[in-house]
Design a protein around this ligand. Sequence first.
Ligand code: ATP
Length: 308
Amino acid sequence: MPPAEETRRRSPSDYIFGKVLGEGSYSTVYLAKDVHTNKEHAIKVVEKAHVIREKKTESVMREKEVLRILGNSCPYFVRLYWTFQDTDRLYFVLSYAKNGDVLGQIEKHNRMSIDCTRYYLAELILGLEYLHSKNIIHRDLKPENLLFDENWHLLITDFGSAKIISTENGRSVEESSIGEPEKGERCKRRNSFVGTAQFVSPEMLTETQSSHASDLWALGCIAFQMACGRMPFIGGSEYLIFQKILKLEYAFPDDFPREIKSLVEKLVVLEPSKRLGASDERRYSSLREHEFFAMLNWDDLGPPPRLS
Ligand code: ATP
């Protein structure tokens, strides 16, 4: 039997709220301490009125549902401990990512070392194996959404753009969103895209179906950025970035590490089914077997290398 404290409902009075950790487009995230356990959490506070006004109800519901499905079975995701609400706000009690995000580290060191790139891509791949086994596509993977926990392990976050795929006869079918988009949101989607311009896959732009392979495209873009410090597709506007993505117009800098190049080339591929791993019978054996990971023990990645 769990202790009584773990089963009863929670409320804001169970936490001491501290500094603001960050702001999202419809939320504020606070550092907070559980008064019963002294454990630190990040609490995401969402103003109900703001969410309704911005037609983001679907996204908030989806994030909660995905975090609920993920539970605590895989260490590479932010964990949702509790949710509660008062008249005006929703509260999500999350694991506290004490050490910032991958983007912060890339910016601090101009890039990631090869050892760090290998290690954190491996944690990301293990996370994706789990996520995709649950038929969830993230759709907004990028270095800012890869946080570090207190021991410098990866915590994948931000499931507001995620999609839960339903399966029929073992085949994935489009598309099971949690909750219906509000009026206006569906219309807006036709002319917009899900995710972040620099990491969005070509099929998500041309409005054919997104799939697990869309996350593999983003994985390739993240590998590129970790290894050389900048994103593969950059441009003065979203339109120009999209044009480059659709034409696969990107170039490796001269000093790009040779070991990682072929991994990127095999992931950043226009045709989704041709991306490394996309057609694996056993996810993601072909990624695990790529030469860049040859020295890695996938059953025990060991402690993270020093970030540099
Ligand atoms: P948007 O809602 O616009 O997509 P977002 O996804 O970054 O933005 P939030 O998830 O509300 O929005 O997060 C806002 C900020 O709070 C983040 O950028 C990050 O700096 C911080 N943050 C979010 N979750 C955590 C966490 N679990 N631990 C530590 N800091 C966090």
